[in-house]
Design a protein around this ligand. Structure first.
Ligand code: CA
Ligand code: CA
Length: 273
């Protein structure tokens, strides 16, 4: 009997405290995504009041497109004759009671107009908001804004959720400035470009608009010096000692015939800047 009690005690200690709602932070393509997940699909979040702070930096941009329908923003929504005429912003105005000042961070307040389970209603998990932070930021933290909600999350049954907050994501590497959809020179960055860029050690050279046209040296001309560097790296791929990402004009992780073709096409070009 004693042994069983001990086993149960050990099992209890090993099990993490069960939160009703967990908040997650993840870096995706230069953005930091703030997501949530509810444990009980029958009692999911109805509203959030969250403070987002950044260590050694600030939030420079946010984007609520394509996120879960928590888009009633009490601080800034406009309603006229029963119709929502402006959806406003998820960020509480800094003058609002309890809202963070811009130099401290941002406070978001989001609620759903609809009940769970109906069309346009929220789901048990999903994306809340994407933010970008300034270069050099070392971490980002999401915590409850207790002025708005005691625990930061109000559930469908109007109780305060148990959560895992505060949640912090360390940003050892500054957010990538080379992301899907970025246009560099004439080329739009794809996911495979981003993968190759990360594998190659995030080369600055790929952010130069003329590198993709054969300016390997970075002097705004495609000339003999570029040919020399391409020849030196020819036949190499990411991970090889002689792989030179600046010579990988096609951004495919290899310095090969395709890169020679590009360099030949632009050989002799001079660019303004
Ligand atoms: Ca050059
Ligand atoms: Ca290549």
């Amino acid at each position: 009997m004693k042994k069983l009690a001990l086993l149960i005690a050990v099992a209890l200690m090993a099990a993490p405290a069960m939160a009703d709602v967990t908040i997650e932070l993840e870096e995706v393509d230069g953005w930091i995504e703030i997501s949530y997940a509810a444990t009980d699909a029958d009692n999911i979040p109805r509203a959030f009041g969250l403070d987002i702070t950044v260590e050694n930096g600030e939030i420079t941009e946010y984007d609520d497109s394509g996120t879960q329908p928590f888009w009633v923003y009490p601080g800034s929504i406009d309603i006229e004759d029963g119709d929502i005429i402006a959806e406003g912003s998820p960020v509480a105005p800094s003058g609002d009671p309890g809202a963070l000042d811009p130099e401290e961070g941002i406070t978001i307040e989001m609620g759903s107009l609809y009940e769970m389970g109906v069309e346009d209603g929220p789901e048990a998990s999903g994306l809340l908001l994407r933010v970008q932070v300034s270069e050099g930021a070392t971490s980002i933290t999401v915590d409850a804004n207790t002025t708005r909600a005691a625990s930061g999350v109000v559930l469908e049954d109007v109780s305060d959720a148990e959560t895992n907050m505060p949640v912090t994501l360390d940003l050892d590497d500054p957010p990538a400035d080379f992301y899907v959809g970025l246009v560099v020179g004439d080329r739009e960055v794809t996911q495979s470009h981003v993968d190759n860029w990360n594998d190659a050690g995030q080369p600055e050279s790929w952010l130069r608009p003329h590198q993709q046209k054969g300016d390997i040296t970075g002097n705004n001309r495609v000339a003999a010096g570029d040919v020399t560097l391409l020849v030196e790296a020819f036949g190499s791929e990411v991970g090889d000692e002689d792989y030179n990402p600046a010579a990988d004009l096609s951004w495919n992780g290899r310095v090969a015939a395709g890169d020679v073709t590009i360099l030949v096409e632009y050989f002799g070009s001079e660019f303004d800047e």
